[in-house]
Ligand binder design. Structure first.
Ligand code: AMP
Length: 190
C-alpha cells in the first residue's frame, strides 16, 4: 500500500500536484483543508468553529482534523493507498497518523516536501485567491500568518520524517509538469 504525505508551505502547490498524483497512481486523496471547507459550506457547528480560525490563518485543533482523517480512513478501507494533503501539520497529528495506519497494518511510505521560495508562495496564494474566493487567500497579513504558523508548527515535521528516513525534498519551483515529473521520479524510489 502506497501512502504519501504531500508536504509544503501554503501555496507550495500541494493541491495541484495531489490531483496529478491521484490520477496517475490511483490513490485516494485526503485533504483536511478540503474537508474543512466542505464543513464550512454545509454550515455545520464544526465548520463554523473551524472558519473562525481558518479565516485568521490559524490551525484548527488537532483533535478535529485527526477525527476527520480517522473517519475518512474507515470510509475508504479498500483504497490502494492515500495521498495526505495538508495533513499532518503538527507532530501530534503525525503521531496520530502513524497510529491510525498501523491499526490497518500499514504505514507512511514517504513524505514529499515541495520546496518553494517565500515570495513565490505569497504570489501563488494571491493569484489563487482571485478565483478561489477564499478569505485566507486574499489578505497578505493572513497569508503571512499562515506561513509563520507553518514555520513554527509544521516545518518541524521534516525532522520527524527524516528520523524515519522518509523525508524527500522536491524542488517546487518551475512548471506544474516539471514538478510532477520530479514527484513521480521520487515515488518510483519508494
Ligand atoms: P489548506 O487548504 O491545506 O491550505 O488548509 C486551509 C486551512 O485549513 C489552514 O490554513 C488551516 O487553518 C486549516 N487546516 C487544514 N488542514 C489542517 C490541519 N491538518 N491541521 C490544522 N488545521 C488545518
Amino acid at each position: 500500500m502506497l501512502n504519501l504525505v504531500l508536504f509544503g508551505a501554503p501555496g507550495a502547490g500541494k493541491g495541484t500536484q495531489a490531483d496529478f498524483l491521484i490520477e496517475k497512481l490511483k490513490l485516494t486523496h485526503l485533504s483536511t483543508g478540503d474537508l474543512l471547507r466542505s464543513e464550512i459550506a454545509a454550515k455545520t457547528e464544526l465548520g463554523l468553529e473551524a472558519k473562525r480560525l481558518i479565516d485568521k490563518g490559524f490551525l484548527v485543533p488537532d483533535s478535529i482534523v485527526i477525527g476527520m482523517i480517522k473517519s475518512k480512513l474507515l470510509e475508504n478501507k479498500d483504497a490502494n493507498g492515500y495521498i495526505f494533503d495538508g495533513f499532518p501539520r503538527t507532530v501530534e497529528q503525525a503521531l496520530a497518523l502513524d497510529e491510525l495506519l498501523e491499526e490497518n497494518g500499514s504505514s507512511v511510505s514517504g513524505m514529499l516536501c515541495l520546496c518553494v521560495d517565500k515570495e513565490e508562495l505569497i504570489n501563488r496564494i494571491l493569484s489563487r485567491g482571485k478565483t478561489s474566493g477564499r478569505a485566507d487567500d486574499q489578505d497578505v497579513s493572513i497569508i503571512r500568518n499562515r506561513i509563520k504558523v507553518y514555520n513554527e508548527k509544521t516545518d518541524p515535521l521534516r525532522n520527524y520524517y527524516s528520523a524515519q528516513n522518509k523525508y524527500h525534498k522536491i524542488d517546487g519551483m518551475g512548471s506544474v509538469n516539471e514538478i510532477a515529473q520530479r514527484l513521480i521520479d521520487t515515488v518510483a524510489t519508494l
